[in-house]
Ligand binder design. Structure first.
Ligand code: PLP
Length: 363
């Protein structure tokens, strides 16, 4: 059986050596030494200044929104994992949708501008599949209209744009370290802030609103701390991250070479590196997508229609308005298997199965 993804399990001896340190120090949570070490090593790896680690990627987004005092409505994309809208709703911010660009599949700046109301205080775009949003157009819009920007960068770890981390864009960018993501801590997440002062406020918000050292209660906060157990897994995986990124990139290139002319691909930013977080292909319409998806299932190749349905058509977030590009893309996209342990022969088998199925439709 070939699955769409597979949690990355690091060398168990290496994981154990980090767990040993928990026994030596006797600290399991509350900003312990392993969380602090992982934070420093990720900042070094990414070349960024202000980051904090949290319990998961959904809380990362909710905490970033609270930290920046975002209220009322945020304009966001309907073409994403449901967590993006859920994280806003959970802190009382209404997700207001705008359509995506049909070729990059990211929030379109002109549509976002049209969706603004007097209640909008922020933009929450997503770097879908790790493909950078039009950060300049969105940044210009936010500046002109006095809005905050929080990028949901759950897919974007390891992506550089114009030679530096994509995570430096926005007032904040949030990450997910869920086991299904390319780098993980089991469950976990991170927030990158532009301003040090925002990072400090967030540190207090994830710890019941208390000041780390003095214990003074400063805000109505919650609990979104990462534990030492999670950080141990993260430190063990981090050592392999360069290899993980390289192998995922290779798999994407094999797919694109083999399937060129057979299926469509999103248009990837020419100014950015690619992290191989996902391997999306686009079929002509939902009928074709579902037919190919079933054929692959029969061959025991399990793909996923990330991100179907568009959130604008999902009951809790249902919008009156239609978002043509987002809804059409959700109906015709399919993500192919990609993870470091996927061998070349398996990738070739998947490509051959796709081509054989598509050929059988001709005439
Ligand atoms: C995975 C994901 C999240 C949520 O992350 P968790 O760590 O699972 O809470 C948020 N947004 C997007 C786009 C995601 O893919």
């Amino acid at each position: 059986m070939i699955t769409v993804g597979s949690p990355y399990l690091p060398d168990r001896g290496r994981l154990w050596s980090y767990l040993e340190r928990i026994y030596e120090v006797g600290q399991v949570s509350n900003n312990g030494p392993l969380v602090r070490e992982l934070e420093e090593r990720l900042k070094d790896f990414l070349g960024i200044d202000h980051m904090l680690l949290v319990a998961n990627g959904t809380l990362a987004l909710s905490v970033a929104v609270k930290t920046l005092n975002i209220a009322g409505e945020a304009v966001t994309t309907p073409f994403t994992f449901v967590a993006t809208s859920a994280a806003l709703s959970n802190v009382g911010v209404l997700p207001r949708y705008a359509d995506i660009d049909p070729v990059t599949l990211n929030l379109d700046a002109a549509s976002a501008e049209q969706a603004l109301t007097e209640h909008t205080t922020a933009l929450v775009p997503v770097h879908v599949y790790g493909n950078p949003c039009d950060v300049r157009a969105l940044g210009e819009l936010a500046r002109r209209r006095g809005l905050a920007i929080v990028y949901d960068a759950a897919h974007a770890l390891g992506v550089d744009q114009d030679g530096a981390s994509l995570l430096r864009w926005g007032d904040a960018a949030t990450l997910s370290f869920h086991a299904t993501k390319l780098f993980h801590t089991g469950e976990g997440g991170g927030i990158v802030f532009r301003e040090k002062e925002a990072e400090e406020r967030a540190r207090s918000l994830i710890n019941f609103g208390m000041d780390q050292d003095s214990g003074t209660i400063r805000y109505p906060g919650g609990n979104a701390k990462m534990s030492e157990l999670q950080a141990a897994m993260g430190l063990a995986v981090l050592e392999d991250l360069p290899d993980i990124l390289a192998r995922r990139g290779e798999i994407l290139r094999v797919y694109e070479t083999a399937l060129q002319g057979w299926v469509e691909f999103p248009r990837w930013s020419p100014d950015a590196t690619r992290n191989g977080a996902y391997a999306p292909i686009l079929l002509e319409d939902q009928g074709a997508r579902d037919r190919l998806w079933s054929a692959l299932e029969r061959a025991d190749i399990h793909c996923r229609p990330y991100f179907y349905p568009a959130l604008s058509t999902a009951p809790p977030y249902h919008a009156e308005q239609r978002f043509r590009n987002a809804e059409a893309t959700a109906a015709r996209v399919l993500c192919l298997p990609v993870y470091p342990g996927l061998g070349d022969h398996t990738v070739r088998f998947i490509c051959e199965t796709i081509k054989k199925e598509l050929s059988s439709w001709a005439g």
